[in-house]
Design a protein around this ligand. Structure first.
Ligand code: GLU
Length: 287
């Protein structure tokens, strides 16, 4: 086994991010309960190994849109922000209800944490959020995090959950961030359009050249993350002393396999940067 991957076995605090497109059926937009159940079982098992787990889950807006019978196109009207926020308000509650039911089957307690930019930029908010996470870990609870889309407008929005999950990883001093997506990891080019694109197993250091490989979109119609946001997440995580893996959510058993040291996805090695200022970085997002 690769020595770098062997180190994954020692990770004690893990943040796992799953995107909307990984949680629903592409054809109908309805929740994929088989995947959700598998996700929950994997996370409960990691917790049972004595590790701290945080789940960053998207899907609130998609669930809300479904609940009030909106089609994708209707979201793109003038009322986009208000519609999105209304859908988030409906969907976040539904999403948590589903998670609590599934986690409850394994007697696992969960908590909801909704964040905005201000949670990090404001010193008191950040301090309080950090303490809340610590206490939840002490209590053996799995925090489920999302952006507070219902109130987050341009000035205070983080914008996508790839970035949010890296911010959470930095805030809680996580050892590992796993981004689960509809792609296998990082390629030298877009594998859907370039058959010569080569898969990158390990990124020891984020070079300018690598950053340019980020593409605008994954091709998914839900969620907001593309390779760009994943690379931005890698910057935040690796500078904050956290390793990061991008892996495909097709089979969610990859979660325990990654933690057992299997070579799955792309591993971005931590590269702690003393000069990296998380609140300053977050304040500058979307500007
Ligand atoms: N926060 C959004 C939601 O829960 C998703 C953002 C994203 O997919 O990056 O629907």
């Amino acid at each position: 086994m690769d020595a770098l991957r062997e180190m994954m076995k020692d990770k004690k605090r893990i943040v796992i991010k799953i995107g909307s497109s990984s949680l629903q059926h592409a054809q109908t937009g309805d929740l994929d309960y088989i995947k959700l159940e598998l996700l929950v079982r994997e996370l409960c098992d990691i917790r049972n190994q004595g590790k701290d787990v945080v789940l960053v889950s998207s899907g609130a807006i998609a669930a809300g849109r479904k609940a009030v019978h909106l089609k994708n196109t209707e979201e793109k009207t003038e009322s986009t922000i208000a519609v999105k926020q209304a859908c988030a308000a409906v969907g976040q509650a539904r999403l948590m209800m589903t998670y609590q039911k599934l986690f409850g089957e394994y007697n696992q307690v969960t908590a909801q944490i909704l964040m905005t930019k201000n949670t990090i930029v404001d010193n008191l908010n950040r301090y309080n959020a950090h303490n809340t996470f610590s206490e939840l870990f002490n209590l053996g609870v799995i925090p489920i995090v999302n952006e507070n889309d219902t109130v987050a407008t341009y000035e205070i929005e983080i914008g996508d959950n790839d970035t949010l999950s890296a911010i959470v990883a930095a805030l809680v001093d996580a050892d590992l961030l796993i981004l689960l997506s509809d792609i296998d990891g990082l390629y030298t080019d877009d594998p859907r359009t370039n058959p010569d694109a080569a898969f990158i197993e390990t990124v020891p250091c984020l070079t300018e050249e690598l950053m340019h490989m980020g593409k605008k979109s994954t091709g998914s119609s839900v969620g907001t993350g593309g390779m760009n946001t994943k690379l931005q997440a890698a910057v935040i995580a690796t500078k904050s002393d956290t390793d990061m893996v991008i892996a495909n959510s097709r089979d969610l058993r990859v979660i325990h396999k990654i933690l057992e040291g299997e070579s799955i996805g792309t591993l971005f090695l931590k590269n702690p940067d003393e000069g990296f200022d998380l609140p300053e970085f977050v304040e500058g997002l979307n500007r």
